[in-house]
Design a protein around this ligand. Structure first.
Ligand code: SF4
Length: 477
């Protein structure tokens, strides 16, 4: 008998990656239109929890008008003899996987950025109360993370209450994040890897270090350490960092070895503190992106909740599409907000001296961790609205990047993939190359069952062709 026999919709890994469009949705919990939303896991003592208790503060699903969105909070309390505070982050992050296992339920992002949608189809099939949602989570968590002995869930849809709990959730996230501040990557022998997002981006692996927080902003080095201990076969594991290859870019031979293995040879090297060369890959769950602006030879940074166009005319969705997918794309770099508080933030590219634009609300969140002299020189959407205004601003404020501009460099920026070029690069293997013809000797044709004189066509499907170098030469007719 299936563990979910009494649940009116199917539950399984095949539903991961299912997308629910606006017109198909019964309800959206949180999402970009809501200012207040969060998911939070809290570790408790065994006697503080009533196992499998479900509390709903506010409306349950039938009382929410079809096709609308609501502010949403979800507090999961867990207890077990092996459970410690440092496990909260990883237990919380597993929600992304488990909610997506439910047929017709979609979960995006994390912490205070969550967006969940339930489809009309699943609602009509009978998945029509948050109590069923909680039941599925109890069973998935307890079967996959056996160290969870007791668990209770509180859902909040009452707007006033969500707001009230949101403030305390933000304080708890901040105290988790603060724990690793002050530690250095040089102080530890082991980093942690997370492969949770490989179901969406098979070549992506997060390398979590004290000074480079996971891209999603949900897992710290301490969280990785606690999880690898209680769940050594799980998606979060130890990476012995090995010998340092380059301390400026953050390249280690142990990290490269694990990356090669986990990406099945697709990614050979990773340099942790740069957006060029061999940058850390990005799955798509990043909190923000650094994007190179060739006209000023510097970076802008944008976060997921920024809805307008950035200073170079691209919005977050476009920049995110160029960054995501487990690839290494020069000048497009997925990151967490916490990494922006790190002294290693993009250190190989010039660190903060190479950043020229960001939305004002991120600036407010991280200002105290930025070098004090640079903060007033970085533009925001409130101070400039075009590239020309940006250049003028940088000159007027004497931003350090201006000293690196030479007249010809202003006209000739470092070439990086722009949206149009990116599309071309992806299409090239199909449209741009001719595979040399392959001829079988005539004597072989009877062996493959073909009469002499008949041609054969060999189609290589999903073939991967690697080349050390591509040489393009003009040839006379
Ligand atoms: S973004 Fe990275 S750390 Fe976060 S869940 Fe995905 S793989 Fe893990």
């Amino acid at each position: 008998m299936s563990m979910f026999e009494d649940i009116p919709v199917d539950v399984g890994i095949i539903y991961e990656g299912e997308r629910i469009r606006g017109r198909e949705m019964q309800v959206e919990l949180g999402g970009p239109r809501e200012d207040f939303k969060f998911e939070l896991v809290q570790a408790k003592e065994l006697d503080e929890i009533e196992d499998e208790k479900i509390t709903i503060i506010g409306n349950d699903l039938p009382d929410i008008p079809e096709g609308t969105n609501v502010p949403f909070g979800m507090i999961i309390e867990v207890a077990g003899t092996e459970i410690e505070k440092d496990l909260e982050g990883v237990i919380e992050r597993r929600l992304h996987e488990y909610v997506n296992f439910i047929e017709g339920f979609m979960h995006l992002n994390q912490r205070y950025d969550i967006q969940m949608r339930l489809s009309k189809k699943s609602y009509q099939k009978g998945f029509n109360t948050l109590k069923l949602f909680a039941k599925v989570l109890f069973r998935l968590y307890k079967s996959e993370m056996s160290f969870i002995e007791k668990m209770q869930i509180t859902f909040i849809t009452d707007p006033e209450k969500v707001k009230e709990y949101y403030d305390s959730a933000m304080e708890l996230y901040e105290s988790r994040d603060a724990k690793a501040r002050g530690m250095s990557d040089d102080d530890v022998e082991v980093f942690y890897g997370c492969s949770l997002c490989q179901s969406f981006a098979p070549t992506h692996l997060c390398v979590i270090t004290p000074q480079r927080y996971a891209n999603c902003g949900a897992i710290s080095w301490f969280d990785g350490k606690a999880t690898a201990k209680v769940d050594p076969k799980g998606p979060v594991f130890e990476i012995p960092k090995g010998n340092i290859i380059d301390s400026l870019t953050g390249e280690y031979d142990g990290v490269n070895r694990v990356i090669r293995e986990k990406s099945l040879g697709e990614i050979e090297r990773v340099q942790l503190y740069t957006g060029f060369g061999y940058p850390h890959t990005s799955c798509g769950c990043f909190e923000g992106c650094a994007f190179y602006i060739p006209e000023v030879d510097a970076y802008g940074v944008v976060h997921r909740n920024y809805r307008d166009k950035t200073v170079n005319g691209l919005d977050f969705v476009t920049i995110s599409d160029l960054t995501a997918g487990g690839r290494q794309v020069d000048g497009f770099h997925g990151l967490s907000i916490e990494y922006m508080r790190s002294p290693r933030f993009m250190q190989a590219d010039g660190g903060w001296d190479r950043v020229v634009w960001m939305p004002e609300d991120i600036m407010d969140r991280i200002k105290e961790y930025m070098p004090q002299e640079i903060a007033p020189k970085i533009a925001t959407e409130k101070t400039v609205s075009s590239m020309d205004e940006l250049k003028t601003w940088l000159r007027e404020k004497k931003h350090p990047i201006v000293d690196t501009w030479k007249p010809e460099e202003e006209k000739k920026p470092v070439p990086v993939a722009q949206p149009q070029q990116q599309v071309m690069q992806q299409q090239m293997p199909m449209a741009g190359f001719t595979v040399p013809s392959l001829e079988l000797p005539a004597s072989a044709l009877p062996m493959v069952g073909l009469p002499q004189g008949m041609k054969i066509k060999i189609i290589l499907k999903n073939a991967k062709i690697r080349a050390e170098k591509v040489i393009i030469r003009a040839e006379k007719e």
